[in-house]
Ligand binder design. Sequence first.
Ligand code: UD1
Length: 363
Amino acid sequence: MKVVSVVGARPQLVKLAPIAAAFANSEHEHVIVHTGQHYDADLSDVFFSGLGIPDPAVHLGVGSGSHGVQTGNILAALDSVFTAERPDWVLVYGDTNSTLAGAVSAVKLHLPVAHLEAGLRSFNRRMPEEHNRILTDHAADLLLAPTEEAIRHLAAEGLSGRAVLVGDVMVDVCLRIRDGVLAGQHPTPVLPEGIDADAPYLLATLHRAENTDDPERLAGLVEALAGLSLPVALLAHPRLLARAEEYGIKLNQGSLHAGRPLPYAAMVAAVLGSVGVVTDSGGLQKEAYLLGRPCTTLRPETEWPETLVDDWNRLVPEPGRLGPDGWSATATRPAPAAERTTPYGDGQAAVRVVQVLQERLPS
Ligand code: UD1
């Protein structure tokens, strides 16, 4: 069996790591195609080196652009790659423009498509990621779902026949790296200047278009983070840096200390070193849960509702409405006493993905 994985953005590289490892332990051929949606070394190269992912066989180098331009450029460039490779499966990951373009290109060429992390929904039709999820799920032949909730969403859209529950591959990689961090196998993370790793701090990220692309909203969120009662280590995504600069918003103010994004192992170490996480990232909400740190999510909804159980994660779309004390008390709340369950599977999802791809190989 020959499988082509299409990836392009940071969270896809994290998901690719356990899949690439599972293929490396099999007799199957695995070809990695990088679209180039993320091109900064901090968002791409360090994930390949840090997670031991083989170099991509093909790099499309599409770079940034509006959604239409970015998606269209990837789509146009993939046609010849897929035609040359003729894989048994095209495997697309998550919810980015690279995901949608990979699925559409494959479908048009009559190549079977599998969607990893299928069935997630925010039910927020303004999110580019939500368009990408829905369109990809309806185009794909095989829907590899991470959770029971995702399976229910697919059933509600009439897609049960193509759906398989495999668990979440992010558990595979997160727990493996956590064990390495706890065993001292990774260097200590470089936190933003002004953060003392030995004193309590919160770890924050902010990159969703709906939070960064409106000057008033972004200024309000930055002000909220700067007003927290603990130091906040903000790992700034290039989109955030670009918008903050464009709107004249200072990211280093009050409690807020901005620094560069971290490689994956350093990110895991930084979460473990923190007393809590404040974010709008999907992946980081779940990593906080898996690593046992309370999370505050700067969005009105989440694709990972399992993290909300027992207050491990709390949705706070408008921190300003809680008042400074209420907001600080929320973001710095201690870890809940409740035991966490395992809604995301057992850490063996990637091996299951390879098995399911083989079992469902179209004849
Ligand atoms: C993308 C995904 C999002 C994912 C996120 C993880 C889409 C629609 N969104 O969002 O689902 O959670 O990746 O990071 O696919 N930029 C750089 N260097 C880079 C990459 C981006 O400077 O390496 C800047 C550019 O100014 C670009 C902007 O960030 O215009 C946005 O990048 P883009 O890839 O469109 O979306 P992300 O915000 O990264």
